[in-house]
Structure formats: C-alpha cells, structure tokens
Design a protein. Structure first.
Length: 199
C-alpha cells in the first residue's frame, strides 16, 4: 500500500487507468478522508493539468450533493487530491442495482436528479454519470456525485468525431452525442441519458 505524508491509508476503494482511490484518515485530527492519487509518479503536463482542473471544478461546486475537495498536494512527486469522506460507497461498489425497493429507488433517483440540476445551474456538465460516480451512504441515505475529471464548464460543447478508443466517459453510459457521431452538441441532457434510456 502507498504511504502519503500526514495521512493514514486504510483501504483501496478503486483503481482506474489514471488514478488510485483510497479511504483513510488525516493523522493530525483523525478526519476521515478519501485520497485520489494520480498513478503516474512523473505525469505529463497534460495529465497534471487535467488532475488540477478536476480539483478546481470539484472545489468550486459548493453544493451539498458534491463531495468537498479539501486540498491538492504533492507527496513524493505524486499528486494527491484530498476529498470528503461522508461514509458512502459508490453504487457500483454497493452492488444494489435491481435490489432496491421502488420507494427507495425513487428517492435515490430524485436526489440524483436534484444534484445534477444544481451542478448544471453552475454551468458544469459532468459527462460521466454512472454507478461508480454516484456515492451513497446507506445508513443516512445521503448521496453525492464524484469524479469531475472530464466535466466541462461550458453550457454547450461541440464534440468532434473521435476514435472509439479515446472516447471520454464510460462507454456503457455515454450519450450518443458524446461519441462525436451525431450532429448534436453536448449539453446538460447528456448527464441524464442513461436514466432516460432505462439503464
């Protein structure tokens, strides 16, 4: 397991091609945190800019339905984002798809839709809404959106045709306009696509 100065890592939650996600504690005050760590020890300038931009977008979205971003630091050449830990896990990790009572499902759907409305009101399009980026605390019912790595701060974005190997987002959940294969701009509706498609 990695070590990060001033933090104690408890468990790895997730690993992607670009980052590692750990649950841990801030040693100074025992504050529970989630640490998102850029995998590359010596990242390219583009990857560094992407990671810093994600931190800034998350930090500036001061709404209850988005995790708080506490700090961005460099530890032993590794970029680390320190995020709020409210005791939740991703819907994917919880594995609750198809196992939630209708009433609870509707409450969750309404909460997610409300959060997305607030995100869109801040002129942010997430572009990667999927079960791994929706975090739920099953005890309190609190839900939050995470991972603004590919979000855009524009109200509309015109995609260009791109190779399927470099699509932004999670393929099973992206809207058709995000593929660049439609003559249609990406806007806030892209974040609702899979909900409307019945996924």
């Amino acid at each position: 397991m990695l070590t990060i100065s001033a933090y104690r890592l408890v468990a790895q939650l997730y690993e992607s091609a670009n980052s590692l996600i750990y649950r841990g504690w801030r040693v100074s005050d025992e504050q529970p945190v989630v640490l998102k760590i850029l995998k590359d020890t010596y990242p390219t300038p583009e990857r560094t800019a992407w990671f810093k931009r994600e931190y800034e977008v998350t930090r500036n979205l001061t709404i209850p339905g988005v995790v708080d971003a506490y700090a961005l630091l460099r530890d032993d050449q590794r970029l680390v984002m320190i995020l709020e830990d409210f005791g939740g896990d991703s819907l994917e990790l919880l594995g609750i798809a198809g196992q939630v009572e209708l009433c609870e499902f509707l409450k969750l759907a309404i909460a997610i839709t409300d959060i997305l409305g607030q995100i869109h009101a801040g002129n942010i399009i997430h572009k990667d809404i999927n079960p791994s980026n929706i975090v739920l605390n099953p005890t309190t019912g609190q839900v939050k959106i995470i991972d603004f790595g590919i979000s855009t701060a524009l109200s509309r974005e015109n995609p260009i045709f791109s190779n399927p190997n470099v699509l932004e987002g999670t393929l099973a959940y992206i809207s058709p306009e995000q593929t660049g294969r439609m003559n249609r701009a990406i806007d806030y509706r892209s974040d609702f696509y899979r909900n409307l498609a019945g996924a």
